[in-house]
Design a protein around this ligand. Structure first.
Ligand code: ADP
Ligand code: MG
Length: 390
C-alpha cells in the first residue's frame, strides 16, 4: 500500500496556442489507504490526472510520487497499480477465471495452485465464485463489472485506480455496487483513486473529494466539508442536488439587492463582505421555506411554477413575483404538504444558512453557520470566522 503525492502537475495536449491544458498545476497529498474521489464535470481533467498517476499519460510538468518513489520515469507495470474502467476491458474469449488470473500469470512467479487460490478468494469476495467457468459474454453488466473488480483485487496492488467504473450500470445496480466498492475498500484498505462526474457517487464514496473544473483544483476536502464549506461558487453549485440557488446582487449600505428581492445583511455578513459591492447570495433548497406568512426576516413573495413530488419531500420551483425575468429557484418542502402550481406564497432563508460569494472571483466570502462544527471535524481553513451572530 502507498501514499500518492502530486507536485505541481500540469498536462497540456497539443502545442503553443492550440494547446489544451487538461490538468493545470495540481498538487495533492493522498494518504496511504485513503479513498479519494476525483469529481468534476465532463472534460475537467479527471481521467487525465488518473492516467498520469497510472503512467498511461506523461505529465508536461511536475512530479508524481507513489510512496517515496518518484515514478515520473516508470511505466504502468512498474507502478504496482490496478485499474478498473467503465468498459470492463475483459478478454471475451477467456473464462472469468482466466481473465482474473491472467495478470498474475504474466507478472508474478506464483505457482498455479497459489494463483487459483487467490483467484477463488477474490471471486468469492465479489460474489462471482459460481461464474469462474463462464465467458464475459454470458454475464450481465453487473457481473462483468464484478469480474473487472475481482481481477483488480487479485493483483493485490499498492493502488486501485477506478475511472467511472459504474457508469454503464443501471441506477439500481449502481447503488448496490457503490456500497460494495465502499465495503471492499474499507476491508482491503488499499489507497484508491476513483473518478466520477456524479456528485452523489462522490459524496457517498470518498474519504475526501478532489473537485476539478477546467483542469484546476477547486477544493480538496471531506464530502461534508465540500458541501457545507465550499471554497467557491463552483463547488457550492456542483456538490449537492438539486444545486444551491444563486442570486447575483449589488451591496449598498448593508443591503444586497438582487432581481426580485432585497436582503438585509447581518453584522457578520457585512464584515465579511467588506467594501465589495458585487456579491452573490447562495442558499440550498432545503434552507428556504414556504409559508403564507409575509413577516419572516428578509422574506419575499413568490409564485409557484412547478411542483416535483419526490415522496417524502417535494421540490417546488418558485419565481419571485418582483423578478424581471422568468427564472425560478428551488425550495424543498415536506412531501405531504399540499402546494399547487400558480399559488402565491412567501419564502425566506435564515441568515445562518446563507453563503456569500465574490461575484467576480467566485470565491466564498461568507460561510453559513453550522450547529455542529466540531462534529464535522472540518479543517482549520474551512471553519467559519469566529464571531457572534449570523
Ligand atoms: P474528464 O475525465 O474529466 O472528462 P479528461 O481528462 O478526459 O476529462 O479531459 C480533459 C481535457 O483534456 C478535455 O478538454 C479533453 O478534450 C482533453 N484531452 C484528454 N485527452 C486528450 C488527448 N489524448 N488529446 C487531446 N486532448 C485531450
Ligand atoms: Mg473521464
Amino acid at each position: 500500500m502507498a501514499s500518492i503525492t502530486l507536485d505541481d502537475v500540469t498536462k497540456r495536449f497539443g502545442e503553443g496556442g492550440e494547446a489544451v491544458v487538461a490538468v493545470d498545476d495540481v498538487s495533492l497529498d493522498i494518504e496511504d489507504g485513503e479513498f479519494i474521489v476525483f469529481v468534476g464535470p465532463s472534460g475537467s481533467g479527471k481521467s487525465t490526472l488518473m492516467r498520469i498517476v497510472a503512467g498511461l499519460e506523461t505529465q508536461s510538468e511536475g512530479d508524481v510520487f507513489i510512496g517515496d518513489t518518484l515514478v515520473n520515469q516508470l511505466g504502468p507495470r512498474a507502478r504496482d497499480i490496478a485499474m478498473v474502467f467503465q468498459n470492463y476491458a475483459l478478454y471475451p474469449n477467456m473464462t472469468v477465471e482466466e481473465n482474473m488470473s491472467f495478470g498474475l500469470k504474466m507478472s508474478t512467479d506464483l505457482s498455479d495452485d497459489e494463483i487459483e487460490r487467490q483467484v477463488t478468494d477474490a471471486a468469492e469476495m465479489m460474489g462471482i465464485g459460481n461464474l469462474l467457468d463462464n465467458t464475459p459474454g454470458e454475464l450481465s453488466g453487473g457481473q462483468q463489472q464484478r469480474v473487472a473488480l475481482g481481477r483488480a483485487i487479485v493483483r493485490d496492488p499498492n493502488v486501485f485506480l477506478m475511472d467511472e467504473p459504474l457508469s454503464n450500470l443501471d441506477a439500481k445496480l449502481r447503488t448496490t455496487m457503490r456500497t460494495e466498492i465502499n465495503r471492499l475498500q474499507n476491508d482491503l484498505g488499499v489507497t484508491t483513486l476513483y473518478v466520477t462526474h456524479d456528485q452523489t457517487e462522490a459524496m457517498t464514496m470518498g474519504d475526501r473529494l478532489v473537485v476539478l473544473n477546467y483542469g484546476e483544483l477547486q477544493q480538496v476536502g471531506t464530502p461534508l466539508e465540500c458541501f457545507y464549506r465550499p471554497a467557491n461558487r463552483f463547488v457550492a453549485g456542483f456538490i449537492g442536488s438539486p444545486s444551491m440557488n444563486f442570486f447575483e446582487g449589488e451591496v449598498d449600505d448593508g443591503t444586497l439587492s438582487v432581481d426580485g428581492f432585497d436582503y438585509d445583511l447581518s453584522e457578520r455578513m457585512r464584515s465579511n463582505v467588506g467594501d465589495r459591492t458585487e456579491v452573490t447570495l447562495g442558499g440550498r433548497p432545503e434552507d428556504f421555506d414556504l409559508s403564507d406568512d409575509p413577516s419572516g426576516e428578509n422574506s419575499f413573495e413568490v409564485a409557484v411554477d412547478v411542483v416535483e413530488p419526490m415522496g417524502s419531500i417535494s421540490y417546488v420551483y418558485v419565481r419571485p413575483v418582483d423578478r424581471s425575468h422568468d427564472d425560478t429557484f428551488v425550495v424543498e418542502i415536506d412531501g405531504q404538504r399540499p402546494v399547487s402550481e400558480g399559488q402565491r406564497m412567501y419564502t425566506h432563508i435564515p441568515s445562518q444558512d446563507v453563503h456569500l460569494f465574490d461575484r467576480r472571483t467566485g470565491k466564498t466570502i461568507h460561510q453559513r453557520r453550522l450547529d455542529n462544527e466540531e462534529g464535522l471535524s472540518l479543517s482549520a481553513e474551512t471553519q467559519a470566522a469566529p464571531s457572534s451572530g449570523d
